[in-house]
Write a protein that binds this ligand. Sequence first.
Ligand SMILES: [Zn+2]
Length: 390
Amino acid sequence: MSGRAQLMWDEAVTGYDFGPEHPMDPVRLALTRSLVGALGLDREVDVVAARAAGESTLRLVHREDYIDAVKAASADPGAADVSYGLGTVDDPAFAGMHEVSSLIAGQSVGAAEAVWRGDALHAVNFAGGLHHAMPGAASGFCVYNDAALAIARLLELGAERVAYVDVDVHHGDGVQAAFWEDPRVLTVSLHEHPRTLFPQTGWPEETGADCAEGSAVNVALPAGTGDAGWVRAFHAVVPEVLADFRPQVLVTQHGADTHFEDPLAHLAVSLDAQRAVQVACHELAHEYAGGRWVALGGGGYAVVDVVPRSWAHLVGIAAGRPVAPETVIPEGWRQQVFARTRQLGPIRMTDGRWPVGWAPWDAGYDPADRLDQAVVAARRAVFPLRGLLA
Ligand SMILES: [Zn+2]
């Protein structure tokens, strides 16, 4: 019943392409898929292409007038309506935008359905995690919010408690907004501080509407945070709120833009710490959500060196066949990287920082340390609302 993990994949998701000047180059998806194959991971999962999300599904999160505006921009990119965030620098309109955005959303919705029905215990859609899309607007390279749609579909299927954990370097604002007033959904986002990064939200004081107080958790990390601080902050907040919330399903977003090579943000996290947090999410799904785990991609703009390795690790973990960090990447994949991008691909599945050392919160904290201050702020803002000791 809950046998192999599912990898959601339809080659057509690589059509999510804002053009040659845009940082979200879909080659990152193609290279991730081919690295998954080169490492033999696709033999360890069921590769499934779900249908595109239909109109009734999109409406679980998005406003009808916005969907109509996306369709219009998709049919005629020159007529995109910027009042919906379409045709902007971040979200240029392109032909077929509605169709491919719906297809990506459909993979996340399909992943959620598979996990809820028990067809698979874990499902991965690394093309998803488009967490900035708002109910009525495109934002931050995101058109339809597949993460919010997957959660909304779980609620529609009868789920009463869904937890969402977002470790992208940017705040998971669209998902938080979609469930701001819904106590059935706990959203947790760890991100670079809004003072220094888009979308300038995700302050610890954002904790959910009155009727859902304490259902939004925000950990705003200082620019420059590295492996030890990032993993420490994750463990200082996430396990406790999940233990308290007891989700039936865990949905996680694994934007790879926390990496020190990422050109759009300012954290200093390595591939090895990203892998450590992926492993932790998998363990938390088993500990608190009966193993039901939907794992999504997200941001990540070091499209050759970082994104494919990070998400291949994610697939390996979900497949029950984690890739050892010291693994040498098959030469054939590196040749493909060069042929497609004229860049040299990475050689190993590590940045040489494994195992990641970090100090547990229980052992004490330093009130003068900026990372610890960020953790304290998050805990003090939300833990009392949940009846937890800050
Ligand atoms: Zn991001």
